[in-house]
Design a protein around this ligand. Structure first.
Ligand code: SF4
Length: 487
């Protein structure tokens, strides 16, 4: 099942990519099963909490500068919005944009609407969004409630588009649609590909789409050396700029978990080549990434010059960091592709990887190209390691951390609080671009060294704190509830 822009709803990752939310074993075996189409999901007999697709849609759409989002659902589904508003305000400030709140409306479905339907509320909300924000496009996102009652969201969007004269884009992302929260990214990109992106009028041979979240600008320098510039999408771009991403020379992504669908869709529908390579983490990954970018944009020699000069530049400090970090034990908890990137970084720093806990696993990415297989890149370049697909289950993570007792826990999204309560030094990779590229490897090395060198603070906290998990649970295998139930 591939990308079908005729269908208003995106195909979910379970069916499209063979994604799973439960696995425990070796990374090599996970790669083998993924490629052989023999990977089966293992369900849990107990689940603590998970993310939902509707949440991940917001991760991209509410940050488009001149768009508005109408979420068709109960007010409770907007629980993530206050936090996103803070992110959006600080993100705008970092980019020199006027600080303001998100342009978001929730239709506030209530009991009465569940019985009689919420179509009128949706129409009213879209009109209000148009009048209040004067956007260039409105995205209408679904939730469990609006999907269950069966409101004709697609039909209402078409009707409202005619009435207000701007794209009104339905995004089908209700939480129960997919077990894999990352399907929400695909849902957002599906709507953008269907209704915002226009066929190219001309090619822009120096523009490279960078599918990303909110990270710092780490691409202008290397891309500049190749005569390219990064077009960061989707947060903080505009509807007009999004309409032209079909004109780019190539698309890259900072995380294949995030960008697989958009990159593949742009290639399939508009001929924009996706850079099919490991993510630019660690020397090996960055080499391969830049070489492939150079190849698809016809800048091979510039890429080689840049690779050579950068490797010479970082060599002395990289040697020093490797000497200081050799044998230190790292545990990583992150989204799948990002965790693979972090795994490359710690092993290039001569550290031992004692745990890699990923939120879900995609058996393949949308391109279907083995060069984009970030996990296989790790296994082939650095050797096998243990991996757990934990679906963001904190109870499993705490159990694993307690057993592994690493020198450092590196987290993306969540978990540093648990490491701290266990007396394990940690940091949160809030800026997902922090470890990218040659300089990112050094940045990571410095931060890891600083963190492992100062463990006393968290040890003090652990000595005076109490875990909410019982002794019984910490003595069980972390996979106790995986595969259908307890023994
Ligand atoms: S869409 Fe469904 S799963 Fe997501 S927040 Fe709303 S009710 Fe919860």
């Amino acid at each position: 099942m591939g990308i079908n822009l005729e269908d208003p709803a995106v195909a979910v990752r379970e069916s499209r990519l063979g994604s799973v939310t439960g696995y425990c074993g070796s990374a090599r075996e996970l790669c083998r099963k993924s490629r052989g189409c023999t990977l089966c999901d293992q369900s849990r007999a107990f689940t603590q909490c998970i993310s939902c697709s509707a949440n991940q849609v917001m991760n991209q759409l509410v940050f488009i500068q001149d768009a508005a989002v109408v979420e068709h659902g109960p007010a409770g589904c907007s629980g993530d919005i206050p936090g996103r508003n803070i992110t959006g305000r600080s993100g705008r400030k970092k980019r020199g944009l006027p600080v303001r709140n998100l342009r978001y409306i929730n239709t506030n479905l209530e009991e009465r609407d569940i019985i009689y339907g919420g179509a009128d509320k949706l129409r009213t909300a879209v009109r209000a969004a148009e009048q209040r924000f004067r956007p260039r496009a409105v995205f209408v996102t679904t939730t469990c409630a609006s999907a269950i009652i069966g409101d004709d969201v697609s039909g209402i969007c078409d009707e409202m588009e005619k009435e207000i004269g701007i794209p009104v884009v339905p995004i089908f992302c209700e939480g129960f649609r997919s077990k894999v929260w990352a399907t929400g990214f695909d849902a957002a990109y599906h709507g953008i590909l269907r209704k915002i992106v226009k066929p190219p009028k001309r090619r822009q041979p120096d523009m490279v789409n960078v599918i990303n979240f909110q990270g710092r600008d780490v691409f202008s320098r290397p891309f500049g050396q190749l005569g390219l510039w990064p077009n960061y999408i989707v947060p903080y771009t505009t509807v007009e700029r999004l309409s032209h991403i079909s004109e780019a020379a190539a698309s890259v992504q900072i995380c294949s978990t995030l960008g697989t669908y958009l990159a593949a869709g742009l290639e399939e529908y508009y001929g924009v080549p996706e850079v099919k390579a490991p993510l630019p983490f660690g020397v090996a990954g960055t080499d391969a990434f830049l070489r492939e970018l150079g190849r698809v944009t016809h800048r091979e020699s510039e890429a080689e010059d840049y690779i050579r000069s950068e490797k010479e530049r970082i060599a002395p400090e990289l040697d020093r960091l490797r000497g200081r970090l050799r044998g230190k034990r790292a545990f990583i908890g992150a989204g799948a592709a990002h965790a693979h990137g972090m795994a490359a970084v710690v092993r290039e720093l001569s550290m031992e990887l004692v745990g890699n806990c990923v939120w879900h696993h995609d058996a393949v990415f949308d391109s279907g190209d083995a060069r984009s297989d970030t996990l296989a890149h790790d296994v082939e370049t650095y050797g096998d390691f243990g991996i757990d697909v934990c679906n963001k289950q904190s109870y499993e993570l705490v159990n694993m951390l307690n057993r592994a007792r690493p020198d450092i826990y590196i987290a993306r999204h969540a978990g540093t609080v648990w490491a701290t309560k266990l007396g394990i030094p940690s940091f949160l990779m809030a800026d997902e671009h922090f470890g990218i590229g040659y300089e990112g490897l050094l940045r990571m090395g410095r931060l890891i060294l600083d963190t492992v060198s100062h463990p006393q603070f968290v040890r003090n906290i652990a000595a005076h704190g109490r875990l909410p998990y019982t002794k019984w649970w910490l003595e069980q295998k972390p996979t106790y509830f995986l595969g259908g139930g307890a023994e």
